[in-house]
Design a protein around this ligand. Structure first.
Ligand SMILES: Nc1ncnc2c1ncn2[C@@H]1O[C@H](COP(=O)(O)OP(=O)(O)OP(=O)(O)O)[C@@H](O)[C@H]1O
Ligand SMILES: [Mg+2]
Length: 507
């Protein structure tokens, strides 16, 4: 049975067509992968279904009911729930307040029944196997917990058709597996999913059918079991994408970054060294401390003990400005919407802003020069944008992420800290980003990448530091980096490795 039928959908923004005569059909109880490069039109199509955007032409039917320019509420009433690509939570509210926003449980006296809402939140999280305290402030959650909270919110909406627009960008392998088991259970109850992801292994694990869009046009649809990742990639990108080994061993320089028994919020007793031109991959499960460590190194959160030296100088008490200016560190934060983009600023402004905080003596901004640099990065990273004067929020998620990478490159820092740098970047462009990372290291840049995708580490890293419960569990040389070994350490299933004895703490 067809639950969703979108026919001949067209949509333009400012006269630029974004969707052209797209038809899209989804059957009851299936997981349907919606695929395509960054800017292909996936989120726009789903925003039309979810009542966020109005279409220019075409029809939308959900369960045989025509949704003519439905609002968000009408679309929800028709049984559609939408987990957006970017997080949509209120950081200043508590977890349960976010969950019940607009559908609060009330006493007969019309006052808030907090107790019932907290109890219901607990039940929901228990069902989903998610470890979140309903009474926590959302601002205090980790990015992955926020993503899980968004998913929980949709699952609680009694929806029949759930749109998951890149739901796993902040989740690690085991959290993704867990999400998939929840999806499979709901499928048994005939709940239908539209699943957008740039991670091919995920698509092949969970999806039954797929539809590919390219440049706003429908390309093809079919059963996942009748295709291969290579074939799908070609129909998305329009050409072969090479999956060649790109890693090349380089001779690392002297030690420029050193952590000695460093501690801070969520990480303890961290010791390792990074040499000039090295690429270090950090990884671990949620709350493992790797992301917090990166934030502390950039001065976002404070260290509480130990030492952190850069070029031999203690940098433990630096704030962000000193980290950038004195220690010559640059960073890509995880969680683009909250920590990276300036939503009310233009693309160009978003790109040059970091570099400008460094060159504080000259207050002028020379647009011509900035535009020239922007065009350089646009070419290099294959950024799709109408005009650099447009707001950054008018770009697709993956293209916003590329601007954030350009912002980092533009600072010309010596040390690049990258927290989940390829979040939302498509299959074709990811390879280019890995090449870029290797190129940077060949130019003598030192790079620390925190990522939940182990294949990413396998592609570029000279060493992998695996975190477990806030401590280092293993430091693996390149020849020992593989998915199984890393996962065994990340879950604490094997004894610590490669870590000096004095630093080992068994849980
Ligand atoms: N509000 C908007 N104003 C102007 N242009 C927009 C707006 N929303 C989307 N677009 C444009 O529509 C095109 C398709 O964007 P969309 O977000 O649908 O891509 P996507 O397939 O979801 O890509 P990604 O994988 O990067 O998330 C992009 O070129 C984007 O710039
Ligand atoms: Mg999108």
């Amino acid at each position: 049975m067809v639950v969703l039928s979108m026919k001949h959908i067209s949509k333009s923004f400012f006269g630029v067509p974004v969707l052209s005569d797209v038809s899209f059909e989804v059957e009851e109880g299936e997981v349907h992968a919606l695929l395509g490069e960054n800017g292909a039109g996936k989120s726009t199509l789903m925003n039309i279904l979810g009542g966020v955007y109005t279409k220019d032409s075409g029809t939308v039917e959900v369960n045989g009911v025509n949704l003519e320019n439905a609002s968000v509420t009408e679309s929800e009433k028709a049984g559609v729930a939408f987990v957006h690509q970017e997080l949509n939570l209120f950081n200043d509210l508590l977890v349960f307040e976010n969950l019940f926003l607009g559908k609060e449980i009330l006493y007969k006296t019309r006052t808030l029944n907090k107790r019932a809402m907290i109890a219901r939140s607990r039940e929901l999280f228990d069902d989903l196997g998610v470890k979140i305290n309903p009474k926590s402030l959302v601002a205090d959650l980790e990015t992955s917990q926020k993503q899980l909270l968004e998913i929980a919110k949709a699952l609680d909406a009694n929806a029949r058709l759930i749109i998951l627009d890149e739901p796993t960008t902040a989740l690690n392998t085991s959290e993704i597996e867990h999400l998939f088991s929840i999806i499979r259970n709901l499928q048994k109850k005939k709940i239908t999913f539209i699943f957008i992801s740039h991670k091919m292994p995920e698509v092949f694990t969970i999806a039954d059918r797929y539809t590919v869009l390219r440049n706003g046009f429908f390309v093809k649809t079919g059963r996942i079991s009748d295709t291969t990742p290579q074939e799908l990639t070609v129909s998305m990108v329009g050409r072969e994408v090479s999956d060649k080994e790109i890693y090349a061993r380089r001779a690392p320089g002297e030690v420029i970054l050193k952590l000695d028994k460093a501690s801070g919020p969520g990480f303890h007793d961290i010791s390792f060294e990074v040499r000039q031109g090295e690429i270090i991959g950090l990884t671990g499960l949620a709350g493992s401390g790797a992301s917090n460590l990166i934030q502390a190194m950039f001065g976002v959160i404070p260290f509480s003990g130990g030492s952190f030296t850069v070029f031999g100088k203690e940098a433990r008490t630096y704030g962000i400005h000193q980290a950038m200016k004195v220690a010559r560190i640059g960073m890509v934060p995880s969680n683009r919407k909250e920590n990276s983009i300036l939503p009310f600023m233009q693309i160009l402004e978003n790109e040059y802003i970091s570099e400008h905080t460094l060159s504080s003596r000259i207050q002028h901004i020379f647009i011509k020069q900035e535009a020239a640099k922007y065009h350089h990065y646009k070419e290099m990273l294959n950024i799709k944008a109408r005009s650099y004067r447009a707001l950054i929020t008018s770009m697709s998620g993956g293209n916003q992420q590329k601007i954030i990478l350009a912002r980092l490159l533009n600072t010309n820092a010596d040390i690049f800290l990258m927290d989940n740098p390829t979040q939302g970047i498509d299959v074709g462009a990811k390879g280019e980003i890995y090449k870029l990372i290797l190129n940077l290291s060949e130019q003598g840049k030192t790079i620390v990448v925190n990522t939940l995708e182990i294949p990413e580490i396998e592609k570029v890293a000279d060493q992998c530091v695996v975190f477990y419960h806030g401590r280092i569990h293993a430091i693996l040389d390149r020849n020992r980096i593989d998915e199984t070994t890393v996962m065994l350490h990340a879950t604490g299933a094997v004894p610590p490795a490669g870590v000096a004895d004095e630093h080992i703490h068994m849980e």
